[in-house]
Design a protein around this ligand. Structure first.
Ligand code: SF4
Ligand code: SF4
Length: 397
């Protein structure tokens, strides 16, 4: 879509590195985060600047990560190190500390290496990895202790306490933003949505960098424009129902800049309508719904899980439940499962997801890729063939 509000987001993003530089000169500190499991609300409430360090897609930067991690590690984990080594990316260069609640062991290593090789202060939050198959009071208490510890470290870094009022304000702000993103993704359920999934996905990424209040206001403008475009009075009377196959795409971390698969799906005769990436819908899917530290802890413990968490074969698996519910809600015809090379946790679960989805009559294409362009043609052909089979199935009714 051509949108004034989306163009404004782009302009603000261009300005942001300079703004951060100025804020740092004035004494504000930046805390980088890698995963969606770090409660950024606490960073914000401390008056620190949360920035999600989730860039990828550049094979040269990824190769620099080989200086620290073996090539048997996932490209995203290696890129996190490569970006810090070159230090040319303004966000990686500006962090005063990095926080992480690693659900994946590769990310845990990245954090250790940041401290060892780059001397960056690290704030590791332990996440009760077994909580998903045995939710219990002990797990909750453990995570609460971790958050209290994290809060204390942030207060030291900021040189000021996180008051209850500041925490409440931040939690409410982050929830308001999540609600807006939900509303935007909700439009993708329409037959012919007013924006493409790729645009909605990039809009989520903008929130990793922008000032959170400004971002929230910008999302409000985007919604106003999009909803006006959906007004039946403004709709094109000749536009028929959408005949394109509807795709869901999901997997591990599809980093900001890892555009290979995004470009491939954009080029084929299909419409992506929903994702389940930790850089996409999983950023905003669960709300806190309250405004206390306890409620915040609960949100992070019970959010749609990362595939790297161990949730063995049990009834009511929250990941499977979420994926199947998305497939129904967004009327999905086919699923692309996208894992990075050496991402054992996601690759290991491929067949399980396939069985469940195919049991619902939804075919799944699984792809394993990395940041080099060497497999681009192959990916293109695989996705085109997959979409053709979906088109045929649609024609047969
Ligand atoms: S895939 Fe999971 S472990 Fe990796 S960055 Fe995303 S949330 Fe973190
Ligand atoms: S879950 Fe997979 S893609 Fe995500 S950080 Fe871990 S190994 Fe990499």
């Amino acid at each position: 879509m051509t949108s004034r509000a989306l163009a404004e987001v782009k302009i603000r993003l261009e300005r942001r590195p300079r703004e951060i530089e100025e804020l740092r000169s004035a004494g504000r500190k930046v805390v980088g985060t890698f995963c969606v499991y770090v409660p950024e609300e606490l960073i914000h409430a401390a008056g620190l600047i949360p920035i999600r360090l989730v860039k990828g897609g550049n094979p040269d930067v990824d190769a620099l990560g080989d200086h620290y991690l073996s090539t048997g590690s996932c490209p995203f984990a290696r890129a996190c190190l490569g970006y810090k080594e070159v230090n040319r990316d303004p966000y990686f260069a500006s962090v005063d500390a990095v926080a992480e609640a690693p659900t994946c062991l590769q990310m845990e290593r990245v954090l250790e290496l940041y401290h060892k090789y780059f001397g960056v202060e690290i704030l590791p939050i332990s996440f009760p990895r077994t909580y998903f198959y045995a939710p219990d009071a002990d797990g909750f208490r453990f995570f609460m202790d971790q958050l209290q510890w994290f809060k204390g470290r942030l207060e030291e870094l900021a040189g000021a306490p996180i008051t209850e009022e500041r925490l409440r304000e931040s939690i409410r702000l982050f929830d308001a933003t999540r609600e807006k993103l939900h509303r935007i993704y909700g439009l993708l359920r329409m037959d012919v949505p007013p924006l493409r999934w790729e645009e909605a996905f990039k809009l989520v990424h903008a929130g990793f960098y922008l000032d959170r209040r400004e971002y929230d206001a910008l999302l409000g403008d985007v919604i106003a424009e999009l909803e006006a475009a959906c007004d039946p009075a403004a709709a094109d009377p000749d536009a028929g129902p959408d005949s394109l196959p509807r795709l869901m795409i999901f997997g591990g971390c599809l980093a900001d800049g890892d555009d290979k698969i995004v470009e491939v799906v954009k080029s084929v005769n299909a419409r992506v309508v929903i994702d389940d990436f930790c850089t996409g819908s999983r950023v905003f899917w669960n709300l806190t719904g309250g405004d206390t530290l306890e409620e915040l802890a609960k949100r992070y413990l019970t959010k749609v899980p990362c595939g790297s968490l161990p949730y063995p074969h049990r009834e009511g698996d929250p990941k499977i439940a979420h994926i199947t519910s998305l497939a129904k809600e967004y009327r999905v015809d086919g699923v692309i499962y996208y894992a990075l090379r050496c991402c054992d946790p996601y690759i290991f679960k491929t067949e399980r997801f396939r069985r469940v989805l195919e049991g619902m009559g939804i075919p799944m294409l699984d792809l394993v890729s990395e940041y080099t362009p060497s497999d681009l043609d192959e990916l293109q052909i695989q996705v085109e063939n997959f979409v053709e089979t979906l088109e045929l199935a649609r024609m047969r009714g």
